[in-house]
Design a protein around this ligand. Structure first.
Ligand SMILES: *Cc1c(COP(=O)(O)O)cnc(C)c1O
Length: 418
């Protein structure tokens, strides 16, 4: 469900015609709906009413300060994967004790920063990381709270690039080896074991892999208890999918019910790390048609947004629906919607049935609220687009379009060329 609907033939975000925003700030731009965001947060949180839990929004899906500040007000925490994300989370008002830190490559500086921030826990992804965190905590005179990210070896049946919980993935510690690591952690002076964690992949459209993973963790938790290893948190990661085209993922209510059923009464506080399911359908990318190019075999609609603005189609062959801002009738024909970047993978949509689009028309690339702006780059020296947040009949530019000056910020030419 989202709030991007046609009214009198014009695509709106809540009560604001998108064309009105485009006329004011130019294209391309990202647009997020606050009413949709509110609904999605409630859809996830309401089924967990009365359940001891903390939802830590996976910031890599969308790290806009405005979005994060809203999450903070809703009581959500954050799942961060870098010092930069930790910095943003704190700036947005998310308290340290609601932050979990995941990722296979935490640097010394990032570890120190997280210890100082008093985070809820580090999700440990390797044996060496555990040693380094123990050493850093000792150096800083603190105890580092940790959980081990267990790789439960279940197939999430999603795109291989976003599958993270199988044996040959780089993530987590394999379930067989995790007992030994917990026992080592238990003996480490500056480590406090507070939890256990898994995250098996993204864009899952079925509950069964989640249930399998939870079941495997439950067995491990019982074994650990037998060895005197106990903790407070069971972190079940994120990964719930959304509808881009015709996927039918479980809704958050069914997902939560299935998880609660699977974990039973362990007496642990449940941690969730949803990303995409909260923000994916709260955002779109609006772009303008620059040229219509007809070749012998194909029609290309060349737009002013490219893979630097929205990487998912190029990276995963991902599907995003394309909707003209002005509803069009008449014949549909096949076309590729492509960007201005000098790469053949620079497409937003391939072989789509679209109404006739001409120079100056505008289109919305749907479901772009997750892994959209956060993956944007300056490739081809293209400034990043602005982000707009719509609330009812008002809109707010929450990040500016980058300028050419921004593009060369921090660069210098050394005085050696004569
Ligand atoms: C990416 C990620 C998430 C969020 O995944 P979604 O599919 O967006 O819900 C949660 N936890 C970890 C550790 C991640 O890497």
């Amino acid at each position: 469900m989202h709030d991007f609907e046609y009214r009198q033939g014009n695509l709106h975000c809540a009560e604001v015609p998108l064309k009105q925003i485009a006329d004011k700030i130019g294209t391309p731009f990202y647009c997020y709906s606050l009413p949709t965001l509110k609904r999605h947060v409630r859809a996830f949180e309401d089924p967990l009413t009365g359940v001891d839990h903390q939802t830590c929004f996976a910031m890599k899906a969308n790290s806009s300060l405005a979005i994060l500040a809203f999450m903070a007000r809703q009581g959500l925490g954050a799942d961060v994967v870098s010092g930069g994300e930790l910095y943003r989370a704190i700036k947005a008002g998310i308290p340290g004790n609601k932050i979990v830190y995941s990722g296979v490559g935490k640097t010394t500086e990032e570890i120190d920063m997280a210890i100082h921030a008093g985070i809820m826990m580090f999700n440990i992804e390797s044996e060496q990381e555990l040693e380094v965190i123990n050493a850093r905590a000792g150096e800083l005179g603190k105890k580092a709270p940790i959980s081990i990210r267990v790789n439960p070896d279940v197939d999430p049946k999603t795109h291989p690039y976003i599958s993270t919980g199988m044996k040959n993935n780089k993530f987590g510690i394999d379930i067989e080896g995790s007992m030994a690591q917990y026992l080592r952690a238990k003996d480490m002076e500056n480590i406090e074991i507070v939890g256990i964690d898994c995250h098996i992949g993204s864009q899952l459209t079925d509950v069964s892999p989640f249930i399998d993973a939870a079941g495997r963790l439950k067995v491990l938790i019982a074994n650990l208890a037998g060895h005197g290893v106990e903790f407070r948190y069971l972190d079940l990661g994120g990964g719930l999918g959304i509808t881009y085209l015709d996927e039918q993922p479980p809704n958050p209510k069914d997902y939560c019910a299935a998880i609660l059923d699977a974990v039973g009464s362990l007496g642990l506080k449940l941690i969730f790390e949803p990303g995409r399911v909260i923000v994916g359908n709260t955002g779109i990318l609006v772009t303008e048609v620059l040229y219509r190019k007809e070749t012998v075999n194909k029609t290309f609609i060349i737009v002013d947004a490219g893979m630097n603005d929205l990487l998912r189609p190029a990276l995963y062959g991902a599907y995003h629906d394309i909707k003209p801002l002005k509803q069009k009738s008449g014949d549909m024909s096949k076309a590729d919607v492509v960007g201005p970047i000098c790469e053949s993978s620079d497409f937003l949509a391939k072989d789509r049935d679209l109404p006739r689009l001409e120079r100056g028309d505008m289109v919305a690339v749907m479901s772009a609220g997750a892994y959209g702006y956060t993956m944007a780059s300056n490739y081809n020296s293209r400034p990043k687009p602005p982000e707009v947040l719509v609330d009812g009949s008002r809109y707010y530019v929450v990040s500016n379009r980058q300028s050419y000056e921004d593009l060369i910020f921090g660069e210098t030419i050394p005085d050696i060329f004569g």
